[in-house]
Design a binder for this molecule. Structure first.
Ligand code: PLP
Length: 368
């Protein structure tokens, strides 16, 4: 059996960071300021600067980031939020946490991001926000989303869980809409060693609300203005994230190198692969996802050679049981075609040329 090539290898990155992380974690333990301590404060300042926003507020997860941002945007019972069905469930769970309803619209066949004409067609007088996801690390078409939002007076909450470091026309994702929501789940482009999340915004008012909600509805200790949550990033994770933030551009460049090599090797095959250099934006390749009618054959060949691969996402959200309560049956043909033909290949910054070549030669063998 050939040596395994995993979808992601977090161990390589840890080995490289170990000598820096070990004394750093010891200093956090010695300091004992574990909740909203100095590393959390510094990390918020450093990410706000990196992303180019006035405020970055950390919280316990990407899911919480979406929930807190939607609350701060005033989303409440009876409101509709337009989003993509082709994403991780957290995107729409957060809408339900506000007792609002997700409205799922179709995606673009080439970018796999939310389709602008489909958003337009779904706007009603209940619509309060658009929640685009920069899926797999590719920014959604933010110019057109902004235009629509301005015209209909809607908030834009960006799901940036997969797009840390991506920019659209030179502006970072998370700095374009009313708020950006990040996840630091370990396998994300900027991942910690547990759960973590962050909200970015240029609005002082939204930032205040989010800071209050994440800490038991309290802006002054033991005075509680609203019923809030316990949703904070912890000091240990913040310390780790600060070390990784300094390296994020290098990590994303490593992912782009892999995507470019896949492009060079696979672009002549009858499969649809992502352009490593899209116009208007940079792709940070959280996932490398291709489309092929022969997906199942390709996956079997890779698995037979001990190479990781996966389907993101096998069941789009409008077809999930959790959303049956809506009694709506959307017809979303592009999404339903993509779910049957999509698959993702291994991608991580440390992937070697030999590993990339082995993945490509197995895929080519399917078509020979
Ligand atoms: C990972 C992810 C989330 C949720 O993040 P958690 O930190 O796991 O809660 C939300 N949206 C998308 C698109 C994601 O990929």
């Amino acid at each position: 059996m050939s040596q395994a090539i995993p979808m992601v290898d977090l161990k390589l990155q840890y080995q490289e960071l170990k000598s820096e992380l070990t004394p750093l974690l010891e200093s956090v333990f010695e300091n004992t300021h574990f909740i909203l301590g100095p590393n959390v404060q510094a990390f918020e300042k450093e990410t706000a600067k990196y992303i180019g926003v006035k405020h970055a507020i950390s919280c316990a997860s990407g899911t919480d980031a979406l929930h807190l941002a939607l609350l701060a945007a005033g989303i409440k019972e009876g409101d509709e939020v337009i989003t993509t069905p082709f994403t991780f469930i957290a995107t729409a769970e957060a809408i339900r946490y506000c007792n609002a309803d997700p409205v799922f619209v179709d995606i673009e066949p080439d970018t796999l991001n939310i389709d602008i004409d489909a958003i337009k067609a779904a706007i009603t007088d209940k619509t309060k926000a658009i929640l685009p996801v920069h899926l797999f690390g590719l920014p959604a078409n933010m110019d057109k989303i902004k235009k629509l939002a301005e015209k209909h007076n809607l908030k834009i909450i960006e799901d940036c869980a997969q797009s840390f470091g991506a920019n659209y026309k030179g502006v970072q994702t998370g700095a374009i809409g009313d708020a950006g929501c990040y996840s630091f789940f370990p396998s994300k482009n900027l991942g910690c060693y547990g759960d973590g999340g962050l909200i970015t915004t240029n609005s002082d008012e939204m930032a205040d609300t989010i800071r209050t909600y994440r800490n038991h509805g309290s802006s002054k200790r033991y005075y509680h203005d609203v019923i809030g949550f316990n949703s904070r990033l912890d000091e240990i994770q913040a310390a780790i994230l600060r070390v990784k933030l300094k390296r994020i551009d290098g990590y994303n460049a490593g992912r782009l190198r892999v995507a470019q090599a896949y492009w060079d090797n696979l672009c002549d095959l009858p499969i649809l692969i992502p352009n490593p250099e899209p116009t208007n934006s940079n792709h940070v390749f959280h996932q490398y996802t291709l489309l092929s009618e022969r997906r199942d054959e390709i996956m079997k060949a890779l698995q037979d050679d001990n190479i990781g691969c996966a389907v993101y996402y096998p069941v789009p959200l409008h077809m999930q049981k959790a959303f049956d309560y809506r009694k709506v049956k959307e017809n979303l043909p592009i999404t339903e075609h993509v779910m049957k033909t999509c698959m993702s290949l291994p991608i991580f910054p440390e992937m070697t040329d030999e590993q990339i070549e082995r993945v490509c030669s197995v895929i080519k063998s399917v078509f020979n």
